[in-house]
Write a protein that binds this ligand. Structure first.
Ligand code: ZN
Length: 266
């Protein structure tokens, strides 16, 4: 499904160091402006100084992790994992937030971090999460990056007009979205509305609810025993990384939500 994306995210672009901004403009994903703004192109990642974009950021910085095991004797060593934590405004959140939501922009943070793509390359994505879980998120995604667990894309849902369906259909990994829980019961805020849940690779990890498969493309992944790249499976890298941080996996629910990881247990 073609999502509403590509809307310029000027506040972020303005904050980018010149090197990254220039490289991103020439990157292969220029058709996805929202993601490109936060994504390293190969040109930016090739030098050994690849983590430099984080250095000039005016916000909290996280030091690179120790080199991953893959650095020894394997393919070319990937850039060190890096992440940045930035404040967000109501304008940043677009249609994913409105007055009356259970948490305000002041309680949320952008975590811009590196992830490993299905293309075998490092990328930089953005998750919007509650300020109290930023350390958890960085720990989890640092682990996934070191293990080269593939993630399709990572763009805040305002790029999809706040539509969970559109974000899922695009196989987008995301966190904050001020919306109700997707259940058959009475309306309640989702843990996503607090920025305390993350959906990872929704196509590879669909939500099975009353016979529905969300997103519909997730039907290709109903056989959970046929493990393919990007899937959340018991004892797999994704589930282990989140549960080690104390997060709950929705894949164990009676209506399994394989993409869903939550700090609240819901
Ligand atoms: Zn979810």
């Amino acid at each position: 499904m073609v999502a509403v994306r590509g809307r310029p995210r000027n506040p972020i672009v303005v904050l980018l160091p010149p090197l990254l901004a220039l490289a991103a403009c020439a990157g292969p994903a220029a058709d996805r402006a929202a993601e490109t703004a936060g994504q390293r192109s190969p040109a930016a990642t090739a030098p050994s100084t690849a983590s430099a974009p984080a250095v000039a950021a005016p916000t909290a910085k996280v030091p690179p992790a120790a080199p991953s095991p893959a650095a020894h004797g394997g393919p070319a060593r990937p850039p060190d994992f890096a992440a940045e934590i930035r404040p967000v405004t109501a304008q940043d959140l677009g249609q994913s937030w409105r007055p009356g939501c259970p948490v305000g922009p002041d309680q949320l943070r952008q975590v811009r971090l590196d992830y490993w793509g299905f293309d075998g390359q490092p990328h930089r994505g953005t998750l919007v999460v509650h300020r109290t879980v930023t350390a958890d998120v960085i720990t989890v995604f640092r682990t996934l990056y070191a293990q080269r667990f593939p993630i399709r894309r990572m763009t805040p849902v305002d790029a999809y007009g706040g539509s969970d369906d559109a974000s899922m259909a695009d196989d987008n990994t995301s966190a904050f979205n001020c919306r109700n829980a997707v259940t058959g019961g009475p309306a309640t805020w989702s843990a996503h509305a607090y920025g305390k849940a993350i959906d990872v690779n929704p196509v590879e990890n669909p939500y099975l609810l009353d016979g529905d498969v969300l997103p519909p493309a997730g039907r290709a992944y109903l056989d959970r025993g046929a493990v393919r790249a990007g899937m959340a499976v018991p004892d797999g890298a994704l589930v282990k990384a989140f549960t080690a941080a104390g997060w709950t996996w929705g894949g164990r629910w009676s209506d399994p939500d394989y993409q869903h990881f939550s700090r609240t247990g819901r």
